[in-house]
Design a protein around this ligand. Structure first.
Ligand SMILES: NC(=O)c1ccc[n+]([C@@H]2O[C@H](COP(=O)([O-])OP(=O)(O)OC[C@H]3O[C@@H](n4cnc5c(N)ncnc54)[C@H](O)[C@@H]3O)[C@@H](O)[C@H]2O)c1
Length: 256
């Protein structure tokens, strides 16, 4: 099914994890995609995977540091030029740095907020004019269950994801009369670079008992990023065209 034929989509974080799987899914459904990330060599791996799927002809790559205003503006301008406009922006790039909160440096706090929250703002601000020119403009932002369900040792990350939740609701209301949609995706534990390396990202003396309530209720453990990719594909498609100013939680029933 070519549900996304003629859709022009810019996605950040596409060198890894959920956004890489989403890039491949969007391409498989017929979209034209610009995949953005700070890591050029792993972006090239995403293109190689698209090549195996036979979809690389509709994929372009752009390097970006979403936390840098000049870089974000340039990446969006390049994507809009390459695609001839823009129908969807998927803000998935993020970092996770954990700490005991009383030991969290201002540098770490500012970097996490700067990439996750300010980066989402910078990319969205730059993309809004082109999205408003589209008849199906949509912003899909990545919040997290960390914003709602008390994930320990990651206060900066949780706060950044709570900020993204609120930011998304603001723009959904602000631009709704112009037909723009804005939606939060709220994943729970999904296999990715962040999750697979969580032991290195939080303190060595972490109390792992505090994480037990975050486990999926459905069988099979932590799933692959494809579980989220299909949800994003739905949200940017006509099937998601009446969803705005709301959330879709993808956590295997961890938080019922
Ligand atoms: N994996 C999970 O369990 C989970 C749960 C909830 C939310 N999320 C969210 O899903 C999204 C995707 O994360 P993931 O789990 O696939 O992680 P990941 O680490 O596999 O991918 C994140 C990508 O973002 C890129 N990135 C980091 N800083 C950047 C910057 N300044 N500019 C541009 N790109 C940058 C990285 O290079 C990487 O390719 C994130 O927003 C994350 O917070 C993930």
């Amino acid at each position: 099914m070519e549900r996304l034929a003629d859709h022009r989509i810019l996605i950040t974080g596409a060198a890894s994890g959920i956004a890489r799987a989403t890039t491949l899914r969007l391409l498989a459904e017929g979209a034209h995609v610009v995949a953005a990330d700070i890591t050029a060599d792993r972006l090239a791996e995403t293109r190689a995977l698209a090549g195996k799927d036979g979809t690389a002809g509709r994929l372009a790559l752009v390097e970006v540091d979403i936390a840098d205003e000049t870089s974000a503006n340039a990446a969006v301008a390049s994507a809009v030029k390459t695609l001839g406009g823009l129908d969807a922006l998927v803000n998935a790039a993020a970092i996770m740095r954990g700490a005991h909160t009383h030991e969290c440096s201002l540098e770490v706090w500012n970097r996490v907020i700067g990439v996750n929250l300010t980066g989402t703002f910078l990319m969205t601000r730059a993309a809004l004019p082109a999205l408003l020119d589209s008849d199906k403009g949509v912003v899909v932002n990545f919040s997290s269950t960390a914003a709602f369900y008390a994930h320990p040792f990651m206060a900066a990350y949780s706060a950044s994801k709570g900020g993204i939740f609120s930011f998304t609701h603001s723009i959904a209301q602000e631009y709704s009369k112009q037909g723009l949609r804005a939606v939060n995706v709220v994943p729970g534990g999904i296999s990715s670079n962040i999750t697979d390396n969580i032991g290195e990202l939080i303190p060595a003396d972490t109390d792992w008992d505090l994480f037990l309530k975050l486990s999926p209720a459905l069988p099979g453990g932590i799933p692959g990023p494809e579980k989220v990719a299909g949800v994003v594909a739905m949200l940017v498609s006509e099937d998601g065209s009446f969803i705005s100013g709301s959330e879709i939680r993808v956590d295997g029933g961890a938080h019922q």
